[in-house]
Design a protein around this ligand. Structure first.
Ligand SMILES: [Zn+2]
Length: 407
């Protein structure tokens, strides 16, 4: 087995599933186990300053071997896997030189991975696929990213003639529950540029994310015995429903793609007396983002005229911002990534992320940080897969970026 694949198998063997209910950082104590494994492996490569902090953030630096100043570059990947599917007992299987026929992931449960159901599989014909046994996710999101960074680090350590500046490595916990940059001690990563290895399939690269806010709409009803309710009751549950009906349904996740933003009701709870709605607001542009925030307030104002002042109260909190704004300021961070892909003969597929990434927060912390593919598809699902060739290309692209900055 190739070393990068051995690494990948080793890392997915540790169940690092994040859960929304977790009250600790990291969410899973196994993130310490994986983190420590990575520290030990980095040290075994000769990177003596590798270490892990008390929240399982892993840091390492490969010092420059150049005598001219080279901007330090950081590479990031996350340790955890998504709450959506089990990450326990991951049992990866390699299908060499896949011929495009249906893949029976699980005979007993009749779970089939087919290119009819997942058309992007088409691109993997003739490649060496890694798939699950249908009982868990694969964890290529983001352990493929971790393996690629580790593979590139190994290359640098075993090829002292390869020119590089300071190369910083950071593995983060709890990305899948939105916490990975919340506690990141950014001062431990003195980089000028960064890249997260947490994208999708071969060639994918992201320079933009959504602007994201969360709107909480609290609805104050008026409870009274239903027998005497005429003209008096304000059923907060029905009022919440009325609010939802005022949202433009065309601008919901199911009706949008590409650069279109949306309103997404993610939670509703309530009684007659009081109800609460949680709405995710997403937009790529500043104007659109502001307009969505305003729209939610306008709906509340409009309904308050009818139901009475302060029946609907809106609170909006920013969550993350489109990293494109920061990335744009440093064209070289984009150019070198694209050039590195060209050198590896990978055609870039530039896509906006219809979500966030660690890179959105990191970019606003002063390290412009695009997101590069790690080679997986169907993330967060038992149908998740990746190819060995994509992982090798991603590792090669990391090396090329390092080389380009040192040149
Ligand atoms: Zn990820």
């Amino acid at each position: 087995m190739k070393p990068i694949v051995e690494r990948f198998f080793r890392y997915v063997g540790i169940d690092t599933q994040s859960t929304w209910e977790a009250e600790t950082v990291p969410a899973s104590s196994n993130e310490f186990v994986l983190g420590q494994m990575l520290v030990d492996e980095l040290k075994a490569l000769g990177i003596e300053n590798a270490w892990m902090d008390d929240k399982s953030y892993v840091f390492a630096k490969i010092p420059s071997n150049q005598d001219h100043p080279v901007p330090p570059v950081a590479f990031f990947a996350h340790l955890d896997t998504a709450p959506d599917e089990s990450g326990a007992n991951v049992n990866p299987r390699i299908i060499e030189n896949w011929d495009g026929t249906d893949i029976v992931l699980n005979e007993d449960k009749q779970i089939i991975l087919s290119k009819e159901e997942f058309p992007s599989l088409q691109n993997s014909i003739g490649k060496d696929l890694i798939v699950t046994d249908g009982n868990s996710l694969l964890g290529a999101d983001d352990k493929a990213g971790v393996a690629e960074i580790m593979d590139a680090a190994e290359y640098l350590c075993t090829h002292p003639e390869f020119p590089h500046g300071d190369v910083l490595i950071c593995f983060t916990p709890d990305e899948e529950i939105g916490n990975s940059t919340e506690y990141i001690p950014i001062e431990n990563i003195p980089a000028k540029y960064g890249y997260t290895m947490d994208g999708g399939e071969l060639g994918e690269i992201n320079f933009e994310t959504f602007n994201a806010a969360t709107a909480i709409v609290t609805i104050h009803g008026a409870a009274i015995h239903p027998g005497e309710a005429r003209g008096k009751m304000k059923n907060a549950i029905l009022l919440a429903n009325d609010f939802i009906n005022h949202l433009p349904w065309r601008e919901s996740p199911v009706n949008t793609d590409g650069y279109e933003g949306f309103y997404h009701v993610t939670d509703i709870n309530g009684t007659v007396d009081r109800a609460q709605l949680t709405i995710a607001l997403r937009d790529f542009t500043d104007e659109g983002y502001a307009r969505r925030k305003q729209r939610v307030q306008e709906i509340a104002d409009h309904l308050n005229q009818y139901y009475g002042e302060n029946t609907f109260c809106v609170e909006v909190d920013d969550y993350y911002f489109n990293m494109g704004k920061e990335v744009e300021k440093y064209p070289e961070v984009k150019d070198y990534a694209l050039k590195a892909m060209e050198m590896a003969e990978v055609t870039p597929v530039i896509l906006p992320i219809r979500g966030g990434t660690d890179g959105s927060s990191i970019s606003f912390m002063g390290i412009p940080c695009p997101n590069i593919f790690m080679g997986s598809a169907n993330s967060h699902s038992i149908y998740e897969y990746c190819t060995i060739q994509s992982m090798e290309k991603a590792s090669e692209i990391i090396r090329n970026i390092i080389w380009l900055f040192a040149r």
